[in-house]
Write a new protein. Structure first.
Length: 655
């Protein structure tokens, strides 16, 4: 039976109170209760959905599941594409060591679904072992119902559960295991869904996306202590989505949803907007607008003011006045600004160049328009930090700082400008007090700004404070719960904290949302290398290279893994390829240094670290965190480099 509740796996036959359901097959042990898969006693990281799929198959060896049946059981009351299931099966086969087209564990039943082919041994802690062959299996049922017990058994079970929960809470507190913050006590949470483009012209997409982002920004600045706004990255996941408001609200953890549509005809825009209270799906406010494009800022302020009234915000007089009298801006300038943000959000080097052009045109049209300078700072900062940038880092980063300072001079309330300035001071100038101050100022202005929390986390990592870094990332995930890059950053920093299994789980969580998200594979590779699972690390990196053959970062990591695994010839072959490009590319000097360090060639490692220093490579701020440089830390040259970077020596950073 399928219910709307979270599925409860019910095994055939009653289980004694306190029993643990263990399933063994080949070298694997599946602990259903603890949701752990072990290979030869070592845990294997699985996403929640992958674990449920594997449990379903293992509990029913030999049973041929139709794909539709599996999707109903694993994703109840949710529409998912069949490719989602196929990708999870692919991942499970890879983790089990099963060839993608093989039958060792999971067999493909043509034009139907999947079957688990191995003999499974069932072990309950209060009973003898029992072997389950494919022919003896009883199909698994997923149900929201709980088998009725006697009143006495219920009392015992509840007492036991309370004890276990209390013990678990104490354990987690003592271990300080990272988990994203979910609570929002005293704060109303709202998501602005992507405004639909009804113009019928894909070229007008930047108008609807720009309006969505500006509404997020306006609402986020109203009263951050009272109103939390889900960031753009997560909101855009629901573009053209057919999910209902309650499901979206449950996935994002919000109380209200603002949705609408945009239709542009010449210089006129027609906008509809409605505010939905999720609890009872009531439309608490709705309005249609038919305005000239020059009035769009006034329109945004009108919508923000209406939302503020409905959720009963207590706005300061200054913010009330700002809503009532938004700054006048040339519509052509505003349109160029929206176009710049549209390109910047694509997060590619080519798109950054287009964004810079749009922002510069906006500034040429209105030299006093502060948001355009903030956008320009963002674009230059990320372009200058990208691989092989079209504008040299030595030019791009000072331009980013100049634009950020100009934006702050025109409008000190822009959290985005303070965040970009903080990034340049941290990532390029290595000005630690200055960057700390700017991050704090940005979060004072907008505590919900996910990017500020995300980048601030790396400030703490550079100083050896991984606990504080993870706290910042927890806040970033609260504001932007579906951001893949924040998940990857969290996985990365969990690795720096030597919490490798947690790092793997976070990377797999990102891959559950996007199986082709390469940064998550990179993080998986690092954690697999750290736990000496070299074959898995190589497979992770080969996946990245299959998706992006020119990924220098993945090639470097592969060279590092081969060096650690003792395959020196393979590592040196990769190093030779890197050296062909390294003479004219300062951005890969630190990659060359990593391989040399892992090969034990310390003099060469220091020589290339020095080249990275001359280039002012941003990754140097992680020098103390990266395990590749552990062998160099007792050398005099290392202490000197750390001193020049302004970061704490490793023995002080971890105190």
């Amino acid at each position: 039976m399928i219910t709307g509740q979270k599925p409860v796996i019910c095994f055939s036959g009653p289980m004694p109170l306190g029993a643990k359901a263990i399933r063994e097959f080949g070298p694997f042990r599946l602990d259903v209760e603890e949701r752990v898969l072990l290979r030869h006693g070592k845990p294997i990281a699985l996403t929640p959905k992958a674990f449920e799929i594997l449990s379903l198959l293992v509990e029913n060896p030999g049973h041929s599941f139709a794909k539709e049946e599996m999707m109903r059981q694993v994703w109840p009351n949710t529409f998912v594409d069949e490719s989602n299931l196929s990708q999870h099966i692919f991942q499970l086969r890879r983790l089990l060591g099963d060839p993608p087209d093989g039958r060792e564990y999971i067999e493909t039943v043509p034009r139907h679904g999947y079957r688990f082919t191995q003999v499974v041994k069932r072990i309950d802690s209060t009973s003898a072992e029992k072997e389950m062959t494919p022919a003896q299996a009883v199909p698994l049922a997923i149900s929201g119902a709980i088998t009725a017990h006697s009143k006495r058994r219920q009392i015992i079970a509840l007492s036991l559960a309370a004890t276990l929960v209390g013990a678990a809470a104490i354990y987690l507190t003592r271990q300080r295991i990272w988990a994203p913050a979910r609570g929002n006590a005293g704060k109303v949470m709202l998501a602005v869904l992507p405004f639909a483009n009804l113009s019928g012209d894909p070229e007008q997409e930047y108008i609807s996306e720009g309006l969505t982002e500006e509404m997020i920004t306006q609402l986020g600045n109203l009263e951050p202590s009272r109103l939390g706004i889900i960031a753009r990255t997560s909101a855009m996941q629901y573009k053209d989505s057919h999910k209902g408001t309650r499901q979206i609200a449950r996935e994002l953890g919000v109380d209200y949803i603002l949705e609408g549509s945009v239709r542009r005809e010449g210089d006129r825009v027609r906008i509809t907007a409605q505010l939905i209270q999720v609890q009872d799906e009531t439309h608490v406010w709705a309005k249609n607008y038919d305005r000239n494009l020059r009035d769009i800022l006034t329109l945004e302020s009108d919508v923000a003011g209406a939302v503020a009234r409905e959720v009963q915000l207590r706005l300061t007089p200054a913010k009330t006045a700002r809503l009532a009298n938004p700054p006048a801006t040339d519509p052509r300038v505003y349109e160029l600004y929206l176009k710049g943000r549209y390109f910047w959000n694509k997060r590619t080097a080519d798109a950054y160049v287009k964004a810079i052009d749009s922002f510069q045109q906006a500034i040429a049209g209105e030299p006093g328009y502060a948001p355009a300078y903030a956008g320009l700072a963002d674009a230059y900062a990320l372009l200058g930090s990208s691989w092989n940038p079209s504008i040299p880092r030595s030019q791009a980063m000072p331009k980013a700082k100049e634009a950020a300072l100009k934006a702050i001079q025109l409008d000190d309330s822009l959290a985005e400008a303070h965040t970009s300035l903080a990034f340049v001071k941290m990532h390029y100038e290595w000005d630690w007090p200055g960057s700390h101050s700017e991050f704090n100022r940005a979060l004072e202005l907008n505590p919900n700004y996910a990017t500020a929390h995300e980048w601030f986390a790396f400030w703490f990592v550079s100083q050896g404070k991984t606990d504080q870094a993870l706290e910042q990332l927890a806040l970033a995930q609260k504001a932007d719960p579906l951001s893949l890059i924040i998940m990857a950053d969290t996985s990365e920093i969990l690795g720096y904290a030597r919490r490798f299994e947690s790092s793997k789980r976070e990377a797999m969580r990102a891959l559950e949302l996007d199986p082709n998200f390469t940064p998550a594979y990179m993080c998986l590779a690092d954690s697999h290398m750290a736990t000496k699972e070299y074959a898995e690390a190589v497979a992770d990196l080969q996946k990245v290279l299959a998706l992006n053959a020119g990924n220098t970062w993945a090639s470097t990591r592969l060279g590092v893994v081969y060096a650690v695994a003792g395959e020196r010839n393979k590592s040196e072959a990769i190093l030779r390829d890197l050296l062909k490009d390294a003479k004219n590319r300062g951005d890969i000097a630190i990659d060359v240094a990593q391989i040399y360090s892992m090969l034990g060639e310390k003099d060469q490692a220091f020589a290339w670290l020095e080249k990275a220093y001359e280039y002012r490579e941003g990754a140097l701020i992680l020098l103390n965190a990266r395990m590749e440089f552990e062998s160099l830390r007792k050398e005099p040259g290392y202490s000197d480099l750390v001193r020049r970077l302004g970061i704490l020596p490793i023995e002080n950073a971890r105190q």
